[in-house]
Design a binder for this molecule. Structure first.
Ligand code: PXG
Ligand code: PLP
Length: 450
């Protein structure tokens, strides 16, 4: 018996380390990875530890989600306690007290008027939920002819069908057929000729918002339900809104009674130096999509915020009837809820939702000092977000930035690359000397990059 157990244990160990084949990894070059795996074994605070025992500074907050850093005690304890107390509660026609508490707390972060929240389990699900709310709302108020959804070129809105339809990243769309019908896109705002190396928001390009008027002229406003944009486009490589652009988009939506949806999956929960991009830019959309930082990335959860009149438009008809035929098995999952409450406690106690603002100058200094290094063609910054765009190797796009990523990992730093853009987004607990380490390391790498 003991022998069998030992043998099983040994097999498990071997399996854990040797059999990499079964797992089809997401958004990863599987064959390349499995030849030279990069395994993370543990994490605490600002650092990962690799399976071979090296300490890696987390320059990306996981995937833009661990805003309070790793293994934060309050969150860890809350999850453990919740698992013992109430592990799961049916999400439909039943409730549990903490999810109501989390909703009530979350809406206090939103501008006045945005006061209801629908729970999902990821950014992708938040996107689907927000788009469905927009369409159903238009029907509910007698505007059923408004069936069109407008996204933006280079937008990332997750990977489900609605999200890739309004999204604008070609590799995420081209393999998947016709997608949603009735979708169109406004142009992206990237304009390196006029705006390269801007510190903060670029000066030129508010007029790109007028592209929405072009689509109104083409389709007529009476067919358009909603426009969805990321206030700061993250996944495509950090594209910042030109000064005045979001205000203009809001004004055009108002003029034509089109709903404006902000996808704050990355910008939410302190990334820009204010709790949300709605605060940072002072522009209030009708629907705000979030995920990631709501639970510090520790347990999957997303949250879709809506204006009061949107919620109220659904609360019609007989009271025994379900008002919105939508929801997930894990909407408001108790363990995610406990993680969410403890995450908000941590953010509040440590002032993390505004800390990026305090560090933003030093961050921008470090980033913009990369100008002039070989192959660097643009640098962009906002809050604790940064991008360094490299000139691609002729005929081999993505290779140069990926080489920097591999080199950084060897030197104890985790960065993200998308195309030939290096994207940086450390946990909001980052210390100034860690910012210095990050940029010193990167400078060393960029100096010697082929
Ligand atoms: N909307 C936006 C704006 C996002 O950034 C999603 C939706 C989808 O969220 P989920 O939880 O379904 O992944 C995202 C996610 C990167 C990177 O490195 C960005 C995301 C995810 C993974 C990597 O840029 N954004
Ligand atoms: N597929 C089947 C067969 C299901 O029964 C369900 C949920 O009950 C789903 C998909 C959706 O799963 P989820 O609610 O976790 O998104």
């Amino acid at each position: 018996m003991a022998n069998t157990e030992a043998a099983t244990g040994a097999a498990r160990q071997r399996g854990a380390t040797n059999n990499l084949e079964a797992f089809w990894m997401p958004f990863t070059a599987n064959r390349q990875f499995k030849q030279a795996p990069r395994m993370l074994a543990s994490a605490a605070g600002m650092y990962y530890t690799t399976a071979d025992g090296r300490r890696i500074l987390d320059g990306t907050a996981g995937l833009w989600c661990c805003n309070a850093g790793h293994a934060r005690p309050r969150i860890v304890e809350a999850i453990a306690a919740q698992a013992k107390e109430l592990d799961y509660a049916p999400a439909f026609q039943m409730g549990h007290p903490k999810i109501f508490e989390l909703a009530a707390r979350l809406v206090t972060y939103m501008p006045p008027g945005i006061d209801h929240v629908f729970f999902t389990n990821s950014g992708s699900e938040s996107v689907e939920t927000g788009l469905k709310i927009a369409l159903a709302y238009q029907r509910a108020i007698g505007q059923g002819s408004r069936f069109r959804l407008i996204g933006r070129e280079r937008g990332y809105h997750g990977v489900n069908f609605g999200g890739i339809s309004v999204g604008g990243i070609v590799n995420n769309r081209k393999m998947f057929g016709t997608l949603l019908t009735g979708v169109d896109h406004i142009r992206h705002t990237h304009d390196p000729e006029r705006n390269a190396f801007s510190r903060g928001m670029p000066r030129h390009g508010a007029e790109f918002a007028d592209d929405l008027e072009r689509l109104v002229a083409l389709h007529d406003a009476s067919t358009i339900a909603a426009v969805v944009v990321e206030p700061v486009a993250g996944s495509t490589g950090v594209l910042l809104p030109p000064q005045g652009y979001l205000e203009k988009l809001r004004a055009i939506c108002d003029k034509h009674d089109i709903l404006l949806i902000f996808d704050e999956v990355i910008t939410g929960f302190g990334r820009l130096g204010k709790p949300f991009a709605v605060d940072y830019f002072g522009v209030t959309p009708d629907i705000v999509l979030t995920a990631k930082g709501v639970t510090n990335g520790v347990v999957p959860m997303g949250a879709v915020f809506v204006k009061k009149d949107i919620y109220e438009a659904f609360m019609q008809g007989p009271e025994h009837m379900i008002e919105f035929f939508h929801g997930y098995t894990y909407s408001g999952n108790p363990i995610a809820t406990a993680a969410g409450l403890a995450t908000l406690d941590t953010y509040e106690e440590e002032g993390l939702l505004t800390r990026a603002g305090e560090l933003a100058e030093r961050w921008a200094d470090g980033l913009h000092a990369m100008k002039g290094l070989p192959h660097v063609i643009d640098v962009r910054n906002c809050g604790l977000v940064g991008a360094i765009e490299l000139e691609p190797i002729a005929g081999q796009p993505t290779k140069r930035a990926f080489a920097a990523f591999l080199e950084a990992y060897e030197k104890g730093l985790l960065i993200r690359t998308t195309g030939d853009i290096i994207a940086l987004s450390p946990p909001l607990i980052v210390e100034p000397q860690e910012i210095d380490f990050l940029f010193d390391t990167l400078r060393g790498i960029l100096k010697t990059l082929d």
